[in-house]
Design a binder for this molecule. Structure first.
Ligand SMILES: Cc1ncc(COP(=O)(O)O)c(C=O)c1O
Length: 398
């Protein structure tokens, strides 16, 4: 099937590289490996990315050219790619402003689907674990397989954020988003027998070497210093008085998966170094630092105009993946932040739906890092950069 996407392309803007790593970049090894494995190894398969774990989940749920997937309207393309690679139809359901699925939309989309709906993807966005018990009941009543997307959740062999993985027939996660490793995707299925006969191939010797090199290189990236904080005012003055370079934001039709989904990697196992890093890293430190950094973001931006945190309160079971920040006027603030080199992600390439929240968040919602590798100076620099940038009224743009 083909889907229409909005694709934002800033390549003309020539943004500098982010000055701080958006994902964990330093090793934080415990004295002894994490041995208290909580998940049964029989129900687990390891992949190089969460998208390939999702691909297997979709396939095992019976998704093929004759079936449809219900997926959240706010998404990154890699959540849809594996379904498109199977030739399946993708139907996007609406979300409420807190990114919880909208039940009325689910009922409507499901009733309108001309192909049988085989699976529903439910995402715990940004690590905020949701109670999907009602969704499981909804799926059970309709004979639809519920797949829990834990890509933003700390969900690995030795630790699963409380409340995650309770309702899905399949659970997919992305350990590389939580640990300083080159790759990693996990598929967990409580009814382990479904994974029988599902082989994965090892990545190969050269890929292993490249993985180790990338771990070492990441930890050696140039670091921000306190002098950089003093330079922000001066940099902003120059950035905000120069007209931004043109970008493009275009509607495009695509009939297959994006370039970010490689069929050749669909059955590749993660690197051994990645699994080593995950099993030897301190989970406790990971949790504590992320929660602390998230709270510090909330506090640092509490009095800042032109923005608000999507989730200002963080319940104790949440191990945040990123800090989601809503910008009132992405143009110019997103541009200025990118030009300063602030590490921001945004899902600005997205399949088009009827969901007003997804349409709004595509350009307005930023994902800012709160991971465990961030140093005091890096946090201080990011706070200062975001505070100062957002304090500039958008009316000042030329
Ligand atoms: C919510 C969500 N689900 C699934 C994926 C796919 O995960 P991965 O990058 O591990 O393939 C992503 C990708 O960023 C994601 O953000």
């Amino acid at each position: 099937m083909s889907l229409d996407y909005w694709v934002f392309d800033p390549s003309n803007c020539e943004f500098p590289k982010p000055r701080v790593s958006i994902l964990p970049s330093t090793l934080d090894c415990s004295a002894s490996p994490n041995r208290n494995l909580a998940l049964s190894d029989i129900g687990l398969r390891h992949f190089s990315r969460g998208r390939y774990a999702l691909g297997e989940a979709y396939r095992l749920a019976g998704l093929d050219k004759q079936g449809a997937l219900l997926a959240p309207a706010y998404h990154c393309v890699t959540m849809l790619d594996p379904a498109l690679a199977l030739g399946a139809e993708v139907r996007l359901y609406s979300l409420k402003s807190d990114l919880m699925p909208d039940r009325d939309s689910l009922d409507q989309i499901c009733a309108q689907s001309d192909k049988p709906v085989k699976a529903l993807l439910a995402t715990h966005f940004f690590g905020f674990v949701r109670d999907f018990s009602w969704l499981k009941q909804w799926c059970d009543e309709k004979g639809i397989v519920l797949i829990e997307d834990c890509s933003h959740v700390l969900f690995v062999e030795q630790y699963q954020a409380s409340g995650a993985g309770l309702y899905g027939k399949f659970i997919a996660s992305s350990p590389y988003k939580f640990f300083s490793c080159a790759d990693g995707g996990l598929l967990y299925m409580p009814e382990a027998s479904f994974l029988d006969g599902l082989p994965t191939e090892s990545a190969g010797f050269l890929a292993e070497l490249r993985g180790i090199k990338s771990i070492i290189e990441k930890s050696r990236l140039p670091k921000i210093s306190t002098d950089d904080i003093d330079l922000i005012d001066w940099q902003l003055e120059s950035i905000t008085t120069t007209a931004p370079r043109p970008w493009s934001d275009q509607r495009t039709e695509r009939s297959a998966q994006s370039m970010q989904y490689s069929l050749a990697l669909a059955r590749t196992a993660p690197l051994r170094s990645s699994r080593w890093v995950v099993s030897h890293s301190s989970v406790k430190n990971n949790i504590t630092r992320r929660q602390e950094n998230y709270r510090r973001w909330v506090q640092a931006l509490s009095d800042v105009p032109n923005c608000h945190g999507l989730y200002p309160d963080i319940p104790p079971n949440v191990v945040p993946y990123m800090f989601p920040l809503y910008l009132d006027t992405p143009m110019p603030h997103f541009f200025w932040l990118k030009q300063l080199g602030v590490p921001v992600w945004r899902w600005d390439e997205m399949a088009i739906s009827n969901c007003p929240v997804a349409a709004d968040y595509r350009l307005h919602l930023l994902h800012l890092p709160c991971h465990q590798s961030l140093s005091e100076v890096e946090m201080a620099w990011m706070f200062a950069a975001v505070r100062k940038t957002l304090a500039i009224p958008e009316a000042g743009v030329q």
